[in-house]
Design a protein around this ligand. Structure first.
Ligand SMILES: CC(C)(COP(=O)(O)OP(=O)(O)OC[C@H]1O[C@@H](n2cnc3c(N)ncnc32)[C@H](O)[C@@H]1OP(=O)(O)O)[C@@H](O)C(=O)NCCC(=O)NCCS
Length: 151
């Protein structure tokens, strides 16, 4: 994976939050996806379409405009907001960007009235998400999926 500007550059290369991605940043997101087993087959064209149809996109870019973190939300703005694809560039992990992205979702003005924030994750991520009050104690409620085999 291409090395980006590192956290040592943090002070001269400040991070900022973005709500849409340019072409280069979409490319960088596809590269981030390609490193994770749960999304490593996503293509540029599918990711572009996905972004167009996603309610809330939050990215973190460094001072060189490179995408270093990403999360997205699908929501009805009333009852439900489901968080997907939280991901931080490997060079930037452990610098607080994951926290910044989750804070941005939970405190997002457009989501201030939703009843539930939902997400799916592996058990090793439970501790991380518990920081924002996420729980697995849902009265036996579980996660179901139907795999859609496209022609
Ligand atoms: C999970 C991920 C987004 C965290 O991002 P990050 O920028 O490294 O997180 P932060 O720097 O904000 O870390 C905040 C805290 O969470 C902790 N943390 C990070 N990953 C954790 C994990 N998997 N489990 C438990 N705690 C974790 C950090 O140790 C840190 O603790 P501290 O505040 O005591 O130092 C990042 O590791 C990542 O991109 N992983 C690969 C993609 C992925 O698995 N995403 C989750 C999909 S459900």
């Amino acid at each position: 994976m291409k090395r980006l500007l590192r956290m040592n550059d943090y002070k001269i290369m400040p991070l900022s939050i973005i709500s849409s991605l340019n072409h280069q940043q979409i490319d960088q997101l596809v590269t981030l996806y390609s490193n994770e087993f749960w999304c490593d087959t996503r293509t540029y064209s599918d990711v572009s379409l996905m972004l167009e149809n996603t309610d809330i996109v939050i990215g973190v870019k460094n001072g060189a405009d490179e995408l270093v973190g990403f999360v997205r939300v699908l929501t009805d703005y009333v009852f439900k907001a489901t968080i997907y694809d939280l991901i931080v560039h490997p060079d930037w992990r452990g610098t607080g960007i994951g926290t910044m992205l989750m804070d941005s979702v939970i405190k997002h003005q457009a989501l201030k009235n939703v009843d539930h924030f939902d997400l799916n994750c592996l058990p090793e991520m439970y501790l991380f998400y518990q920081r924002w009050g996420f729980t697995t104690e849902l009265g036996g409620l579980g996660f179901m999926r139907r795999f859609h085999h496209k022609d």
